[in-house]
Design a protein around this ligand. Structure first.
Ligand code: FAQ
Length: 333
C-alpha cells in the first residue's frame, strides 16, 4: 500500500528557484481532485500539516484504547466482551495504518512516538475523560465513534493519497463501532430504571466533550484556511460539529434520553438543531494537560512502552540473526 522509496529531501519551501512553478502544479493537481502521492513534490507547510494531523490522529487511536480497556474485564457478558475486545484491536490497527501513512512523509515512527511520550504531540481531548460505568462504553461507541466518523468520512477524499486510502478502511470499522455503542445504549434504555439512569448519566458527562472533538470554533481554528485550500479538510470544524448534532439528537430522543443543554432546540426554518455555548475554557484546559485523565493516560502509555522494550529488542535481535544467517548462506553458495 505504501511506497518504500521516498524523495523526502525534495520538500522545499516556495523560496527556491523553480518552486513557484512546482507550487502551481501542486495546487492544480489538488484543484483537479487528483491525489498528491508520497514521491510528488509538495510545499514544506503541506507536509508539516499532514505529519501533524496524521500523527495526532494516530496517537488518538492509540491513547483511545485506554478508556475502553478499563472495562474489558468488567463487560457484562461474553458477547459484549468479545465485541469490545475486537473494537479495541481495531483502534490499535487504525493507529498502525496512520503511523504508516505519516511515515510516507519522511518522518520515522519512533520520532512520532517520542513526541507523544514527551507530551509534545497532542491527541484528541476526548480521551482525557474517565469511563466511570458500563454505559460510558455505549456512549463512547455512539458519540465518540459517531463524531469520529463525521470528521473522517470527508478525510477519505483528502488530497494526500496515503492518508485518504487509510481512512477508507478506518471509516468502515468506525461505523461498526458506532452501531455497537448505540446498541448498548438501546439495551440500557430498554432495561431497568437504574440502567436507563446510567445511560442518561453517561450522556450528560460525554455530550459536551464529544462536541469539542471537532476542534475550536472556525474563528479560532488556526490551521483550517490552509487545510481547506489544500483539500485536507473538506468542511470546517463548526460545519462538521453541526452535522453531528443534527444526526445525533434524534438518535438520543429515540432512546428516550435528554441532552444536557437547555438551549438545544430545533430551528424549523433551517432544519438544524441550535445548541448552547461550548465551554472553550474547559477545552483549552484539557489541551494544556489539565483534563481529569491527561496525566494517567500518558503515564500508562509510558509504562507500556517501557514494559514492551524487551519484545522490540528481541524482535530486532531475531531479525538481525536471520539476516546474518542469510548472508552466511549466500556466501557459502
Ligand atoms: N483535541 O486549527 P485547528 C477517534 C488542536 S479519532 C486535541 O482547528 P486542525 C477514534 C489542533 O491539533 C479522534 N487537540 O486544527 C476512536 C491544533 O493544535 P496544534 C481523533 C485538538 O488540525 C474512537 C489546535 O487545536 N481524530 O476518536 C482538538 O485544522 C473511539 C488548533 O485547531 C482526528 O485526529 C481536539 N479535539 O483541526 C478511538 C481526525 N481539536 O496541532 C478510540 C483528524 C483541535 O496546532 C475510541 N484530525 N485540536 O498544536 C482532524 O480532522 C483535525 O486535526 C481536527 C482539528 C478537526 C481535530
Amino acid at each position: 500500500m505504501y511506497t518504500q522509496a521516498l524523495n523526502t529531501k525534495d520538500t522545499s519551501d516556495t523560496s527556491r528557484p523553480g518552486d513557484s512553478a512546482r507550487l502551481a502544479v501542486f495546487q492544480a493537481t489538488i484543484d483537479a481532485e487528483d491525489k498528491i502521492e508520497a514521491n510528488d513534490w509538495m510545499p514544506e507547510a503541506y507536509r508539516r500539516t499532514l505529519v501533524r494531523q496524521i500523527s495526532q490522529h494516530a496517537h488518538s487511536e492509540v491513547i483511545g484504547m485506554q478508556p475502553e480497556g478499563n472495562w474489558l474485564t468488567r463487560a457484562p457478558s461474553l458477547r459484549r466482551k468479545a465485541a469490545l475486545l475486537a473494537k479495541i484491536q481495531d483502534e490499535a490497527g487504525h493507529g498502525l495504518y496512520l503511523y504508516a501513512a505519516a511515515e510516507t512523509l519522511g518522518v520515522r515512527r519512533e520520532e512520532l512516538y517520542a513526541q507523544l511520550l514527551s507530551g509534545k504531540a497532542k491527541y484528541s481531548s476526548i480521551f482525557n475523560y474517565p469511563t466511570e460505568t458500563w454505559a460510558d462504553i455505549g456512549v463512547i461507541g455512539w458519540l465518540v465513534d459517531g463524531a469520529a466518523i463525521m470528521n473522517q468520512i470527508p478525510l477519505c477524499r483528502c488530497s494526500y493519497g496515503p492518508y485518504a486510502r487509510a481512512m477508507i478502511r478506518v471509516c468502515k470499522e468506525e461505523s461498526f463501532h458506532q452501531r455497537q455503542g448505540y446498541e448498548i445504549m438501546l439495551t440500557l434504555c430498554r432495561g431497568t430504571a437504574a440502567q436507563k439512569a446510567m445511560a442518561q448519566d453517561a450522556l450528560n458527562r460525554w455530550w459536551w466533550p464529544a462536541l469539542m472533538m471537532f476542534g475550536p470554533s472556525d474563528t479560532d481554528s488556526i490551521h483550517s484556511a490552509d487545510s481547506v485550500r489544500w483539500k485536507i479538510k473538506r468542511f470546517s470544524n463548526d460545519e462538521l460539529r453541526q452535522r453531528f448534532i443534527d444526526a445525533t439528537v434524534p438518535q438520543g430522543l429515540h432512546l428516550g434520553l435528554t441532552f444536557p443543554d437547555p438551549a438545544l432546540r430545533l430551528d424549523e426554518a433551517s432544519g438544524h438543531w441550535q445548541h448552547g455555548e461550548i465551554d472553550w475554557a474547559e477545552f483549552k484546559r484539557v489541551l494544556a494537560g489539565g483534563g481529569p485523565m491527561n496525566a494517567q493516560r500518558l503515564a500508562h502509555r509510558r509504562q507500556t512502552e517501557d514494559d514492551g522494550a524487551w519484545v522490540r529488542e528481541a524482535a530486532l535481535a531475531f531479525a538481525e540473526k536471520r539476516r546474518q544467517a542469510k548472508v552466511t548462506r549466500v556466501a557459502a553458495e
